[in-house]
Design a protein around this ligand. Structure first.
Ligand code: URA
Length: 239
């Protein structure tokens, strides 16, 4: 490995973004080979011992995993109520990967996991407008006006949702339910459920079927695969 700037090395190890890492360096939290470093420009590689607040950084191979998350699993690496977490589903992954963003406990579908902090920060940055498409089973049948309102954006207390694409795939008047495809590019907590609730339709079931150009093709619920180099490169280069 070629030596890289300390802040990049820290970001790659998942400590924090590059900018936050620079702040941590400047404020004296970082030691390299036993010496506190406060100036920028120091370069390191895996042979150097980097510590943040006395904790050594362990560097690992980068892993990028696409998982078909089942319902009934938490999008986290631990759970204080001891429920199953997504990393429990990984049986041959030694690297300490964690989910990029989250899907609710009762939401299934496409979830990315990685141990590359900079990659995760990049994808979660609000500037990075990746389309996420969900299939929602909702209560009732939507009117044209409700669909339009959902598409235009919903005003919540702390944000207004951006324009969404909405397509009603089927309606069942007898069962009083519909299947709706919705594409958004933001990732607020419970956003899709809250958007449907706001137009008067409770979400009974939710699944994420795609994330940008990535789909669940070839995977069954609970399974996963590594992203290809090309897929990682494309996600890194997209703005
Ligand atoms: N929106 C939700 O409401 N839940 C999810 O899990 C994802 C998006």
């Amino acid at each position: 490995m070629e030596k890289v700037r300390l802040q990049k090395f820290m970001a790659d190890s998942g400590v924090a973004s590059r900018r936050k890492s620079e702040e941590m360096i400047a404020s004296g939290h970082v030691r390299v080979n036993g010496k506190t470093v406060v100036e920028m420009g120091v370069k390191v590689d895996h042979n150097d011992k980097v510590e943040v607040d006395g904790m050594p950084l362990e560097t690992e191979n980068k892993r990028y995993i696409l998982m078909y998350k089942p319902r009934g699993v938490i999008s986290a690496v631990t759970d204080n109520k001891d429920r199953k977490v997504v990393t429990d589903l990984l049986d041959d992954v030694q690297e300490r990967v964690y989910p990029i963003g989250r899907l609710d406990y009762d939401t299934s579908g496409l979830l990315l996991l990685t141990n590359d902090g900079e990659f995760a920060n990049h994808l979660m940055h609000p500037r990075y407008h990746v389309d996420k498409t969900y299939i929602a089973k909702i209560e009732g049948v939507m009117t044209t006006e409700e669909i339009r309102n959902l598409e235009k954006g919903i005003k919540f207390k702390d944000y207004t949702s951006a324009r969404a694409k909405v397509h009603v795939m089927s309606k069942d008047k007898k069962k009083n339910s519909s299947i709706v495809k919705i594409t958004i590019h933001e990732g607020h907590n419970h956003q899709v459920k809250n958007m449907f609730d706001a137009v008067g339709h409770h979400v009974e079931k939710l699944a994420r079927e795609s994330y940008g150009f990535l789909t669940l093709d070839g995977l069954v619920s609970g399974k996963y695969r590594d992203l290809t180099r090309q897929e990682v490169a494309q996600l890194k280069s997209d703005k």
